[in-house]
Design a protein around this ligand. Structure first.
Ligand code: GUN
Ligand code: FE
Length: 424
């Protein structure tokens, strides 16, 4: 079985005690086999990580790989205008090849910046080629085709017949769910309440229960969006999701910026996973999600970059920093401290996708999904007293990532991304 030995690293484990260990890490096949002092030098590959830092790979719980090619298309528009004028026509223009390259480009960016797992929402068509790219790239993902079966202003190529949308989703699920020993999982992706009939949402609820897979959607991102939902369904967005039985621990909700107290309570009590996307919320002028309050309520909150156009890139470092900084002027400097943010980006993400027994921390028996950082490459820190998590959250960039390992495979080294599965 292939093995990798990482020597003499600072290991930020994010285990229950949040220990930071100086030592070696042995990976055998896809798992972490040993962590400790001086584990020898017997492995297929030995990496000298002296003065480097090993972290659990980042887990991003809201991404649109199909939008990577549309970077620069969110400028100066709010959500509904942006979707109708820019994103939907662009998504409608995808073909098999552009869908593949959009996904590959996005995954390349993610892997280069230390992200090892994503929750991805594709567009209506050509999702199969995006799955192909995710399979070849080696990234861990929960992904699905977007579903949208109602709405004015939706281009013909995106507006789906309900039964067909469901059938295509199930076909993709049957092809890709559990691919590569579970590295790829299917997740149903109704776009948002605004563009989904109740019939579709109820079918998604039943299918997700039947197949035991996640449901990934947007909710309460923008004020106009929640007004439309209120007009259409006669209740607030999250209340409606609860009313139709979709609000449960398998639901991943991107954004959740505009919540009232009842909706916050539903998110907490039903175990819904909120995905906070701060750069997107700033760029689309959506608002500032009340993450400190959600964390006080002990609700699940993790992070995502959303799509490249509403962010500029898919880099988790930017996301972590923004998540912290936007709260500080409101709540003071100690709110959303570095450890809280780093937890959301690692073990918090693992909990959101229901894989906390496999990923999100560096522990024996877990999958080897890690990133190796060189935090001294561009700026040396004169004092060893500097907290490494604080260094990462407030000052690291993609250029500090030396290598990314997923499922025990080196998928990026010194900036070069490698595909893992060319035979598909
Ligand atoms: N709400 C519905 N669709 C989208 C999308 O593609 N991006 C974002 N940010 N919000 C949405
Ligand atoms: Fe989104």
């Amino acid at each position: 079985m292939p093995s990798i030995l990482i020597k003499n690293a600072q290991i930020i484990t994010m285990n229950a005690q949040e220990e930071i260990i100086q030592g070696d890490l042995l990976i055998v096949d896809d798992k972490i086999k040993k962590i400790g002092k001086d584990l020898g030098d017997q492995a297929d590959r030995v990496i000298d990580a002296t003065s480097k830092t090993v972290i659990p790979g980042f887990i991003q719980t809201h991404i649109h790989l199909c939008q990577t090619l549309f970077r620069g298309q969110a400028d100066d528009l709010e959500l509904m205008d942006w979707l109708q004028k820019r994103i939907w026509p662009l998504e409608a223009s995808h073909d098999e090849e552009s869908s593949y390259y959009s996904a590959m480009l996005g995954v390349g960016e993610l892997i280069q910046s230390g992200t090892t797992t994503i929750v991805d929402m594709e567009t209506v068509n050509h999702t199969d080629s995006a799955f192909q790219a995710m399979a070849e790239s080696g990234i861990r993902c929960l992904a699905g085709k977007v579903m949208m079966d109602m709405g004015d202003d939706v281009p013909d190529l995106l507006l789906e017949d309900t039964a067909k949308s469901i059938q295509q989703s199930v076909d993709l699920l049957e092809k890709w769910n559990q691919y590569d020993n579970g590295r790829i999982q299917y997740a149903f992706c109704p776009r948002f309440v605004v563009s989904c009939t109740e019939e579709l949402l109820i079918e998604v609820r039943d299918l997700s229960n039947h197949y035991n897979v996640k449901v990934h959607t947007h909710a309460s991102e923008n004020r106009k969006e929640i007004e439309i939902v209120e007009q259409q369904r006669g209740m607030r967005n999250i209340v409606y999701l609860d009313h139709i039985g979709l609000a449960n621990e398998n639901l991943i909700l991107a954004h959740c910026v505009w919540l009232d107290d009842e909706e916050k309570r539903i998110i907490k009590e039903r175990g819904i996973k909120m995905s906070h996307c701060p750069n997107s919320n700033m760029k689309l002028a959506s608002g500032i999600a009340d993450v400190p309050d959600m964390l006080d309520l002990q609700a699940h909150v993790s992070l995502g970059a959303d799509g490249a156009p509403c962010n500029n890139n898919l880099d988790m470092f930017n996301e972590m920093r923004m998540a912290s900084l936007i709260q500080k002027p409101i709540h003071g400097p100690t709110i959303m401290d570095a450890k809280t943010i780093f937890r959301m980006a690692t073990i918090g993400g693992a909990k959101a996708v229901g894989l906390e027994d496999q990923i999100g921390s560096i522990e024996i028996g877990k999958k080897a999904d890690i990133a190796i950082l060189d935090l001294n490459k561009f700026h040396t820190f004169p004092s060893a007293e500097v907290d490494p998590i604080s260094r990462i959250v407030y000052s690291a960039t993609r250029a500090d990532v030396d290598a990314t390992i997923i499922n025990g495979r080196i998928v990026m080294e010194s900036g070069t991304v490698k595909t893992v599965d060319k035979d598909l």
